[in-house]
Design a protein around this ligand. Structure first.
Ligand code: S3P
Length: 442
């Protein structure tokens, strides 16, 4: 799954972006639709599935544990599940590639099944902390041996029946929440996750959609108590995956900062736990119009019309961070072009993503001539007020798809091209990113 030969790519200044695009399916929802379909009894059908490397790693792992998964020529995916409790022992290590979501959620599933699985990944994933899922899953009875620092490669020996747990999340993480809930699926009794700060709720929505007995109670202080009754029987579903707001983000910002642009992005998922970027960009003066708001597969969706705007720097409220956690790299690019200062704080989680996104973005933006200071938990950026950046540097993407795409967009508004040292990681979440970009430049 890891590309051994680097493919550098230069992104020069762009003509106005114009036209209409549809972005690929949501990565989070795609992972979950494969996992839950693989645990249902019978055949599920999924359309709009993101066919990026991360999601394909999940598909391969579910196949290795017994599910039958096929892609039809018309793009529909059909999945025959094994039933909760029915996962089989994989014969080889599960190769998670670059995907933290696959790793953490699948560790949860394996933890309460009577099987043992080894998880391996690329250099980026092998540097990321897994202690955050090892802790609760070990409390549920799984025996997990990890590499030093709680990292990959690691082995999970599941326990069935596992021990139900009430677990308070120590950090805002949908992946940790989901790992515990998925372990709870095959655990007798009630497994509870206590979530002080809301994170993306796709797991809760989809578990309910598949027929699991899952309740959410919100306390006076906003803390969410999510309870799932285990030994569930999941019923197969037909799922239409909405477009990924985290992928749309690159084109939203590109249209806002490339002068003369007017772009419509169709079918963008706008679940409130994911839509923080649109609110923040509007506060900065971004002209983003929501058209044709509707619901697809239990998720809010709209088309977005985005026109070039004179953005203004703001202080970003740290409370919105979880609802746009993957969008900060591209927000930093928008801030570098805005008028005045943008201040971000409370972003320590960005340091443990596919790369240390605070450090990598600060270094890269400085290299292309932006004024950026890095603090412990955020960046302070003084924008150009719409003037192009100098550009003319080669950026290390650190196997991080969102870093690569953020600097590709920065190149569109730079005097000299911005070169990404290796464009290949983009395919983990957005395989047709360059094709869509070229289409808008015609
Ligand atoms: C994801 C949750 C987020 C996000 C990741 C996908 C998910 O991670 O960064 O890209 O699908 O649950 P954390 O929950 O660790 O913040």
């Amino acid at each position: 799954m890891t590309d051994q030969t680097a493919t550098p790519r230069a992104f020069p200044a762009s003509a106005p972006l114009k036209g209409r695009i549809a972005i690929p399916g949501d990565k989070s929802i795609s992972h979950r639709s494969l996992m839950l379909s693989a645990l249902a009894v019978g055949e599920s059908r999924v359309t709009g599935l993101l066919e990026g490397h991360d999601v394909l790693a999940t598909a391969a792992a579910m196949r290795a544990m017994g599910a039958a998964i096929e892609r039809r020529d018309d793009g529909e995916w059909r999945i025959h599940g094994v039933g909760v409790g029915g996962l089989l022992q994989p014969r080889e290590a599960l190769d998670m590639g670059n995907s933290g979501t696959s790793t953490r959620l699948l560790m949860g599933l394996v933890a309460s099944h009577p099987i043992t699985a080894t998880f391996v990944g690329d250099a980026s994933l092998s540097g990321r902390p897994m202690g955050r899922v090892i802790d609760p899953l070990a409390q549920m009875g799984a025996d997990i041996s990890a590499s030093p620092g709680g990292r990959l490669p690691l082995m999970v020996r599941g326990l069935a029946p596992a021990i139900p747990l009430a677990y308070r999340l120590p950090m805002a993480s949908a992946q940790v929440k989901s790992a515990v809930l998925l372990a709870g699926l095959n655990t007798p009794g009630i497994t509870e996750v206590i979530e002080p700060v809301p994170t993306r709720d796709h797991s809760e929505r989809m578990l309910r959609g598949f027929g699991a007995d899952l309740t959410v109670e919100v306390g006076g202080d906003g803390t969410r108590h999510i309870r799932i009754r285990g030994e569930a029987e999941l019923k197969p579903q037909t799922i239409a995956v909405p477009g990924d707001p985290s992928s749309a983000a690159f084109f939203i910002v590109a249209a806002l900062i490339v002068p003369g642009s007017d772009v419509t992005i169709a079918n963008v998922g706008l679940n409130p736990t994911r839509a923080g970027l649109v609110d923040v960009l509007k506060q900065m003066g971004g002209d983003i119009e929501l058209l044709n708001a509707r619901e697809v597969g239990g998720e809010a969706v709209a088309d977005l019309r985005v026109r070039h705007s004179n953005l203004k720097g703001i202080e970003v409220d740290p409370a919105v961070a979880p609802s746009m956690i993957d969008e900060f790299p591209i927000l930093f690019v928008a801030a570098a072009l805005a008028e005045g200062r943008t201040v971000t704080r409370g972003l320590d989680e960005l340091r443990v993503k596919e790369s240390d996104r605070l450090s990598v973005m600060a270094t890269g933006l400085q290299a292309i001539g932006a004024r950026v200071q890095e603090s412990e938990d955020g960046l302070v950026i003084d924008g150009t007020g719409g003037d192009p950046l100098p550009g003319g540097a080669t950026i290390a993407g650190h196997l991080d798809h969102r870093i690569c795409m953020s600097f590709a967009v920065a190149g569109l508004v730079s005097k000299a091209p911005v070169t990404i040292d290796d464009i290949a990681p983009v395919a983990t979440s957005f395989p047709n990113f360059e094709t869509l970009l070229t289409g808008l430049q015609q």
